[in-house]
Design a protein around this ligand. Structure first.
Ligand SMILES: *Cc1c(COP(=O)(O)O)cnc(C)c1O
Ligand SMILES: [Zn+2]
Length: 430
């Protein structure tokens, strides 16, 4: 079977080369589907391990190394790689103790070229744009998506366009987009209005959209799970824990697990735990209360990467929770901040959104959902330097929640002002 885009609601099928963002029949979300590769799981495991000794660019990529699992291109020359993926799996004793686990491993996506897991997806999204012959790509984002899209588009020689709401700018991340040559437009409108505007522009002047529902980005993000299992010699953990914003990554992890399980790579299905920030937890509410999915009008959290009120990929994420006996947890700003500092004390830095994982683990342990002896992998989604302001404020006791509540520096580490005097400093050091 040649690759198809399939609607997850009505199963309508479209050619993989059609430029579609939703099903034309029912507006449902689309996903890439493929026929059998003809190779056994054992053969592919050996092939992928072997590629680690190769110097070929695509074999060096922690995404394209696993290209048999993401075979949507018809010509490998369309792939553009910055050697994304290849992120470490780091054991963290102190974080495990804090979370109430015997052991815990972090799969750290902050080691990617632009510092977040968005690179795993963007290498595929931009490859599709190249394959379609689109001269420009665009997204509506001030966050990691814009940094990643800018880098991959420029690397591929196509033009990155970023649209952002006026006066709503995260400079830490936008700085990267500017550096990577993205043309950036601040529009006097809200996020949804800009999205509608960009869709009109896309038709008019041949822009390929790389927003979060892009099915090819999801394909690339599947390799986070594939690489993690490869690093564990295909021993599946009991749990995979990740933060949830737009829920694209949750969707990608579930799709990877479903496909790997069906193809015989793993026998056990890990359970997926999605963690949201309390002020931005529509998926948590939906799973807990059932009924209609209700977006949140004004999401709030300092973990800006998961500050999403209307997560577009929730229908896919719902299936992940069902298929993996998954759970959704929510955590407070204080819990995120403390968990982040504890991860830091392991010598591992991460973005606030990433630390929601450890905060969530602690809660799930306390509730008896997770057992201490279970084998847990948490995914750290972004690099520590994406948000240095947050870190300085936390450690100096100046961090406040979006509603102005002071966050206690429970693991604070404040610089000390000292006189220029060796004896005094020696006494202080002890
Ligand atoms: C995008 C992002 C998330 C949220 O991922 P979704 O796929 O939107 O759920 C979490 N953390 C970081 C650092 C991100 O960049
Ligand atoms: Zn449909």
């Amino acid at each position: 079977m040649t690759p198809q885009l399939t609607c997850i609601e009505c199963e309508a099928q479209f050619a993989v080369t059609e430029i579609l963002y939703n099903c034309t029949k029912c507006d449902g979300l689309l996903e890439a589907r493929y026929g059998a590769s003809g190779k056994s799981a054992a053969d592919l495991k050996a092939l992928w391990r072997n590629r680690r000794t190769s110097n070929a660019p695509l074999d060096n990529s922690g995404v394209w190394r696993y290209r048999e699992m993401i075979p949507f291109l018809d010509d490998e020359a369309h792939a553009v790689t910055l050697r994304e993926g290849n992120t470490p799996l780091l054991p963290a004793r102190r974080a495990a103790e804090y979370g109430g686990l015997d052991r815990l491993e972090f799969k750290h996506q902050g080691f990617n070229p632009t510092g977040s897991f968005k690179d795993n997806g963007m290498t595929c999204g931009v490859a599709q744009a190249v394959r379609l012959g689109r001269p420009r790509v665009a997204c509506v984002s001030t966050g990691n998506t814009s940094a990643s899209m800018a880098a991959y588009a420029s690397a591929a020689g196509i033009e990155p366009l970023i649209f952002i709401p006026n006066g709503n700018i995260a400079y830490g991340k936008l700085a990267q987009a500017l550096e990577y040559g993205a043309r950036t437009f601040q529009v006097d409108a809200n996020f949804d209005q800009i999205l509608a505007l960009v869709r009109v522009l896309a038709e008019k002047i041949g822009i390929y959209l790389l927003n979060s529902i892009n099915p090819f980005r999801i394909e690339g993000q599947k390799t986070i799970v594939i690489e993690m299992l490869d690093q564990r010699d295909w021993v599946a953990p009991d749990w995979i824990v990740l933060p949830g914003g737009n829920l694209g990554n949750t969707s990608a992890f579930g799709k990877a697990l479903r496909e790997l399980h069906a193809l015989g790579f793993i026998e056990k299905m890990p359970r997926v735990a999605v963690v949201q920030a309390e002020g931005s937890a529509p998926f948590y509410d939906f799973i807990r209360e059932g009924g209609e999915f209700r977006p949140i009008g004004h999401p709030e959290t300092l973990a800006t990467a998961i500050k999403i009120g209307d997560p577009v990929s929730w229908p896919k994420a719902l299936r992940v929770i069902e298929d993996t006996r998954g759970v959704v947890e929510k955590v407070t700003e204080q819990e995120i901040a403390d968990a982040k500092a504890v991860i830091g004390l392991c010598g591992i830095g991460c973005e606030p959104a990433s630390a929601a994982t450890l905060a969530g683990i602690k809660k799930l342990r306390a509730a008896g959902v997770m057992r201490a002896d279970e084998d847990v992998v948490a995914v750290l989604t972004g690099h520590v330097l994406k948000d240095p302001d947050y870190i300085y404020k936390y450690h100096t006791g100046q961090l406040e929640t979006p509603t102005g509540v002071k966050i206690a520096a429970n693991f604070g580490n404040k610089p000390q002002v000292v006189p220029n005097d060796a004896d005094t400093i020696a006494r202080l050091i002890g």
